[in-house]
Design a protein around this ligand. Structure first.
Ligand code: G6P
Ligand code: BGC
Ligand code: BGC
Length: 924
């Protein structure tokens, strides 16, 4: 193998290979040497300039605004978390590119937190020059052959193997196992690889080799392997720094700062790729003629300028160029230049490191120079040591300036004035060079004094770290499978939703005919929506949602004014005796009347009672059964208007004229119908869920009359109570139902509404925790507490902005410590549960609007739906998912969703007003 090539420098035919051609030879020798050494001196100001400009280039690149020429690349690596320490298993690691013309295969066994550390087994293979410069397929086939050769020596049998691929070149990663090579560096220049996914190229080569079943699970940059290989207990290291043949660093950046990721959650490891930094303003002043010559002779002219001043592949060559120049100027070796001295690549990193060895250096320098065919004098040898020191000191200082830029970035990213950080270091320059690390440390302390930096040498060149990433990738992949398996039942297909729509239509038809159906299709005796001529003052009650409200509704020409007051219904009252509940209601009314100066007035009252009632008239409603956590005794089967009137009677001196009882869906439809006459459907998605709509009277078997309309309260919360939804019910729905006060009831509601979604999520999180997918399998008491995961958390967690912080805040409040992977999975669980709820709700609305369209024999129906309910109103995506599902399943209906502003209390007052208007007309 010829050194020139292995140095990534190209041999120019017929020209004496002395790059110093044209370099001036000043008269005085020591002056000349000083002048040469001076060139490698970098001032504090220059280092700071490099630090600042590199930091600027990093931040530009993070924002996606980098000017490619001089920029660092800032490549996301999809490594989002530092090791748990729980990683276990056997992993194969293939390292390509970290150490120049060699690749290494390792067998790493991770023993988890408790287990003792197992020394990885490894083997190094030298890569022939023609392979480093030949067709890409040849390189990957070579790698696959080395893999087989290594595994042949191990008792692996035909078990499936998981491999981590350490590929130390700049790559665009689009996943932990998907990475496209941007450009070769460090003496590699295989054809047909740049722009390709190197994982696929390796998978294809392993396939072609066909000897072992190896799954390439992850590809990582060597800096990431170094960072992840940080000894547990020391770290976690959050910066990985490699100075080997090439140089680079990675660090853990806040994901929200990485424009290309569009993530606002957690951290992600960024490979800086500072080797390509070449801002003339900052680097120009420190670039020497030797650097320009080296670049000129390199395989990648003009590229990796910063790396060519630091990387181990180039240090020896820089020294050689200086020595050759000094020799030709007659200052060194008596002006004699041996062929070896003039041969590019003849001085290696190892040589420079030995020459700088404080104890053996002086002796070694002679031996090395003699090997180069030189006969150095003592002063020559001393000069050579100075040159080595100058070149390497500069390299270490420049590396420090770059590291200081990364530290400053971390301070910015974490908004911290001071920073305590562990930096994992890897690479032969650190291992071999006696002073590189110490110079780096000193310079970093100068450039980043507010940072307390500890340097942790990586244990085995990052092999362990790559295995960690592979283990994390394997674990994440396994967890992702378990998560997908767990969430799959929530992901409803169009066919399943269409089936729900069809089943609901069937149940609606049966319910309207009075046949057995899980949809009771209750006539509400509301036959008309308001026509705007209503007038007067009305009292309204609104019971059954999150809050109990008493309202005074003033209906006048100019519109409707509402004064209302919220009162709480303690659980002990909601689940106490009926008498207690209705006495509590009357207490609130009296309190409201007093506050509004209405005491003694007997205003017409509309009662929004949001529970299933068989209505025998506008002011008669027999409660069929409680829902939503209410369970007051002696009410079911009773006319709740009578119960209210009895309570009013019990409270002497109170006059109230209860005119109408309406369901909250009806109240909402009426309230929105007051503004939009197209509003003929009422929808509630709050604590509970339900819908009503204007049905043709002819279709309502139990109400006499064939003309006109009747608003039907569907009570769709009970849809599926006949088991017709069991195919959609998951184990988590079953757990929620069994734990509810009405098991087997309200099955549709229990998949959709606010009272239950939080519980479904909680049960799903408990299941995923028991599988070890979440929270490292640590179950907490709090998460096992019923109703502790509020449905409003879903809305907060799924909000587009700052979601991860929401997740963290909410779950940490629940006493859970979580990783960003955990947070992402919790988010996905919330999304799956709320998406299913919205789609099922959409399928229900589609069934209703299609029924109205077919009722009227219309090609196309334009209709509005009045909607209320906390879940629908607060959840960031619920309403749009409902609308999208309706568009999908009822394409011939143009449906507008109107969010009710004033709740159904206004609607109840309007129903009362209509009733009063109709009553007056019959009196006249
Ligand atoms: C509004 C209506 C109530 C309805 C409630 C449902 O507040 O005025 O009549 O019951 O919405 O939503 P919620 O989320 O409160 O259960
Ligand atoms: C590559 C980096 C790598 C570094 C150290 C550079 O040439 O571009 O990806 O991390 O060398 O091996
Ligand atoms: C009740 C309905 C009500 C809905 C929304 C359900 O639990 O049965 O009557 O409309 O909740 O509040």
């Amino acid at each position: 193998m010829d050194f020139i090539g292995s140095l990534g420098l190209q041999q120019r035919e017929g020209v004496p290979s002395c790059p110093q051609e044209g370099l001036p030879c000043p008269s005085n020798s020591s002056e000349l040497v000083q002048e040469c050494l001076q060139q490698f001196k970098v001032t504090g100001a220059q280092l700071r300039q490099i630090q600042i400009s590199l930091l600027d280039s990093m931040e530009q690149a993070l924002k996606g605004q980098a000017s490619p020429a001089s920029a660092v690349r800032m490549l996301p690596t999809y490594v989002g978390s530092t090791p748990h320490g729980t990683e276990q298993g056997d992993f194969v690691v293939l390292e390509l590119g970290a150490t120049g013309a060699s690749l290494r295969v390792l067998w790493v066994t991770l023993m988890g937190i408790e287990g003792h550390k197992m020394e990885p087994r490894s083997q190094e293979f030298v890569i022939p020059q023609e392979v480093m410069l030949g067709p890409g397929q040849q390189l990957f086939d070579f790698a696959a052959r080395c893999l087989s050769e290594f595994l042949d020596a191990l008792p692996v049998g035909n078990q499936g193997l998981q491999l981590g691929f350490s590929f130390s070149f700049p790559c665009h990663q689009t996943g932990l196992d998907k990475s496209t090579l941007i450009s070769w560096t460090k003496g590699f220049r295989c054809s047909g690889v740049e722009g390709q996914d190197v994982v696929q190229l390796l998978r294809d080569a392993i396939q072609r080799q066909g000897t072992y079943s190896i799954d390439v699970v992850a590809v990582v940059n060597d800096t990431v392997g170094t960072m992840m290989g940080c000894e547990p207990g020391v770290g976690p290291c959050e910066v990985g720094l490699v100075v080997d043949t090439g140089t680079n660093a990675c660090y853990m950046e806040e994901a929200r700062h990485v424009a290309v990721l569009d993530e606002d959650r957690g951290r992600v490891c960024i490979s800086v790729e500072w080797g390509s930094f070449s801002d003339d303003g900052a680097l120009g002043p420190v670039l020497t003629i030797f650097d320009r010559t080296l670049d000129h002779e390199s395989l990648n002219l003009g590229a990796q300028r910063f790396e060519k001043m630091i990387g181990g592949l180039y240090l020896g060559e820089l020294v050689r160029l200086v020595l050759a120049h000094l020799a030709q100027c007659g200052v060194l070796f008596g002006g004699y230049t041996s062929p070896a001295l003039l041969r590019q690549g003849s001085i290696l990193l190892e040589h420079v490191a030995e020459i700088e060895d404080p104890s053996a250096g002086a002796a070694r320098v002679h031996a090395i120079l003699q090997d180069l065919g030189l006969n150095p004098s003592a002063s020559d040898a001393e000069f050579v040591q100075h040159v080595c020191a100058a070149v390497c000191t500069r390299a270490a200082q420049l590396c420090a300036a770059a590291l200081a830029a990364v530290l400053s970035r971390l301070q910015h990213s974490r908004e911290q004035q001071t920073l305590q950080i562990a930096v994992a270091t890897g690479g032969r320059v650190f291992e071999r060079h006696p002073r590189f690390l110490s110079i780096l440390q000193e310079t970093v302390m100068l450039l980043a004094p507010e940072c307390d930096v500890s340097f942790i040498p990586s244990v085995d060149g990052g092999g362990q770290g790559v295995a960690m990433v592979t283990a994390v990738a394997a674990r994440l992949a396994a967890h992702r499978c378990l998560l997908e398996e767990t969430l799959a039942p929530f992901r409803l297909t169009r066919e399943q939703l269409a089936a729900v729509q069809a089943q609901m239509r069937e149940a609606m038809a049966k319910g309207l005919q009075g046949e057995a159906s899980s949809l009771r299709m209750l006539p509400t005796y509301v036959r008309d929506t308001p026509d705007g001529s209503e007038r007067g003052d009305f009292l309204a009650l609104d019971l059954g949602g999150t809050n109990f409200r008493v309202l005074l509704v003033h209906v006048a020409t100019g519109g409707v004014q509402i004064t209302s007051q919220i009162y709480s219904i303690p659980e002990c009252v909601a689940q106490g005796s009926g008498q207690q509940l209705f006495d509590h209601i009357v207490d609130c009314i009296v309190d409201f009347q007093e506050k509004q100066g209405l005491s003694g007035q007997s205003l017409p009252l509309g009662f929004t009672f949001s529970f299933p009632c068989t209505q025998l008239g506008l002011d008669q409603g027999i409660l069929l059964n409680w829902t939503k956590g209410f369970n007051a005794s002696d009410c079911e089967g009773q006319d709740v208007v009578c119960l209210l009137r009895e309570a009013i009677r019990r409270r002497q001196a109170v006059e109230l004229n209860v005119v109408a009882i309406v369901n909250d869906t009806v109240g909402t439809m009426m309230s929105c119908g007051y503004e939009d006459p197209h509003c003929e459907v009422g929808l509630i998605v709050g604590t509970g869920t339900n819908a009503c709509y204007m049905e043709e009277l002819r279709n309502v078997a139990i109400v006499a009359g064939d003309s006109g309309h009747m608003c039907i309260n569907m009570e769709w919360g009970a849809f599926g109570d006949d088991g017709s939804l069991s195919m959609l019910s998951t184990r988590f729905d079953a757990s929620v139902d069994q734990a509810s006060i009405n098991p087997g009831k309200q099955r549709f509601e229990k998949m959709i509404s606010g009272m239950y979604l939080g519980e479904i999520v909680r049960h799903t999180l408990l299941h995923l925790t028991s599988l070890g997918v979440l929270f490292r399998g640590q179950q907490t008491q709090r998460l096992q507490t019923r109703d502790i995961f509020k449905t409003k958390f879903l809305s907060e967690i799924e909000s587009d902005s700052l979601a991860l912080r929401q997740v963290r805040a909410i779950l940490e409040d629940l006493g859970l410590s979580l990783t960003s992977d955990d947070a992402l999975m919790v988010l996905e669980v919330c999304q799956a549960v709320s998406q299913r709820a919205a789609q099922l709700c959409g399928a229900g609305v589609a069934a209703v609007v299609e029924k109205i369209r077919e009722n009227r024999g219309l090609e196309e129906l334009t209709v509005s739906v009045g909607v209320d309910g906390t879940l629908y109103k607060l959840h960031p995506h619920f309403s749009s998912l409902v609308a999208a599902t309706v568009r999908e399943l009822a394409p011939r209906c143009v449906v507008t969703f109107l969010q009710s502003e004033d709740g159904s209390g206004k609607g109840a007052a309007l129903v009362t007003a209509v009733a009063c208007r109709l009553a007056q007309m019959t009196c006249v």
